[in-house]
Design a protein around this ligand. Sequence first.
Ligand code: DHB
Ligand code: FE
Length: 265
Amino acid sequence: KANKRLAQLMPGLVRHLHDFCRENEVTVEEWSQSVEFLNECGRMSDDKRNEGQLFWDILGVESLVDEITYKVAADSGEKPTTTAILGPFWRPNAPIYPMGSSTILKDQGGDVTHMHGSVTDFTTGKPITNAEIDIWHTAPNGLYEQQDPEQPDMNLRGRFYTPDSGDYDFYCLRPTPYPIPFDGPAGKFLKLLDRHPMRPAHIHFIISAKGYKPVVTQIFDRRDEWLGNDSVFAVKDSLVVDFAPKQGDEKAGFDLKYDFKLVAV
Ligand code: DHB
Ligand code: FE
């Protein structure tokens, strides 16, 4: 069955592509390299790496369509929780944990953080019950668990459900800056452009609740040196947070409070 939206989009895409080739006098040799690149992205992609998405991300395309899709105006004043790109490393079916537990399944060092806050309705301020908080981040070695045979399955991933109070809390790590995978076609592409692969330290979230627009987002450590220079252009001011030293908790050296505000559908 024909796809109307595709039929609507293709003439513009083809026109821009053709104009681009004409304006730059792209040769058969150069075009062949793009074919090889696309094929290599396909060959290298599996459930552990996602080269196609990585490629769009280093060109800022996921970040752009995030902005277009969610249109939350820049970053000042009281706003619902801002979205950010999903990135290539989310996995479905992260383990479900009770509030107060930890996503850390193996001690690999790093700064344990007690993260807490609330999930509320942005308009009414009321707590949201049974909101799902799906969180994932890298280990201190800069790898997500599926990239790293040394980590247990589903390490540093978890899902938590808010009680009637809308409050949540769990233990995770203060994240570390890390390079996006540099050994595949997307990494090669960055090298050819003399660009660095670093992402500022971040924690990923998907917050969802019945009756509300789900929020795919990331939070960033204010102290990170790569904050202004993200290889995939995902940082937004309202998503930059402060980790505070924590006293009196033998499990965690840092405290992070962050409130999620959702908009009803
Ligand atoms: C990308 C996003 C991430 O969050 C990450 O950890 C690595 C890569 C990306 O957008 O390609
Ligand atoms: Fe990430």
